[in-house]
Design a protein around this ligand. Sequence first.
Ligand code: NAD
Length: 303
Amino acid sequence: MNELRFDERVVVITGAGRGLGRAYAELLAARGARVVVNDLGGSLQGEGADAGPAQAVVNAIRGAGGEAVANTDSVASEAGGRAIIQAALDHYGRIDALIHNAGNVRRAPIKEMSLADFKAVLDVHLHGAFHVLQPAFARMCEAGYGRIVLTSSVSGLYGNQGVANYAAAKTGMIGLCNVAALEGAAHDVKCNLIAPGAVTRMAEGLDTSAYPPMGPELVAPVVGYLAHEACALSGEILSSMAGRVSKLYLAETQGLYQPAWRIEDVAANLQRIGDQREPWVFPVLPSGQGDHIRRSFEMARRG
Ligand code: NAD
């Protein structure tokens, strides 16, 4: 296969000053992309700001012969999101791909989590996704081309202790991605999710000494594919961790039909309702929702 390149393409990557985002920026720039390296540069909790990380990545890309520009606006505000997309338009006159990767973490059990900490995490991950996606999406639809990659997480999708804010944001990303995939389909605008796993500063406090190799560079090619013109997916979730790449999806049991239900019927039929043999999978495109409704109605009509 020919090398998949990004020549002439303009890619915006949020949170690209460190960790995974940096690896994405360096890979795509090495493949010819002009990259807007966004990073607020704050702490893991999302406090403070530092222009250093974004500029360091831009310097590294330019030093390697690539093209990039730094941006230090925060994804956590609507104005920040608009300014990040505007930076691509001001510097390069277009936007072809958006990778929303910026993230913060504030851990606490639900009983102790303050509303401020809950909101601070949603602001960067989920609201941040909308803040950059919305202005980029409009441009992409107009241009008839676009690739969007949003960032989820297995700790969000499957849950984990002490991260209710993070899990809510990372699971909320599925709905946003699905609708962007549906609304973008007619304009060749594709939207997918990456659920990455890599040792970065997010692993702070964990003993990673027994982990297999899992640097961000193992995830970057997967995100590179999703951001490329050749990407054949939309409305999908790819996971990449320690060299294993897989697809996550929603599945349903076939379910049990009855013309009427009592609370006791649910209790008595849990096994049949939850029978996971031969699950149904409804891909987002062309219409997972439509297929779900059609099959439910078919069962009801058959009785
Ligand atoms: P990281 O902390 O190394 O990088 C995140 C970057 O986002 C930082 O450089 C930070 O300054 C930036 N950022 C934070 N708030 C911002 C804001 N408001 N505006 C702009 N930039 C901001 O973490 P990472 O591990 O590289 O994480 C990248 C993404 O991958 C995150 O969305 C994270 O939730 C997700 N993720 C990571 C892992 C993992 O194993 N590392 C697992 C699952 C999901």
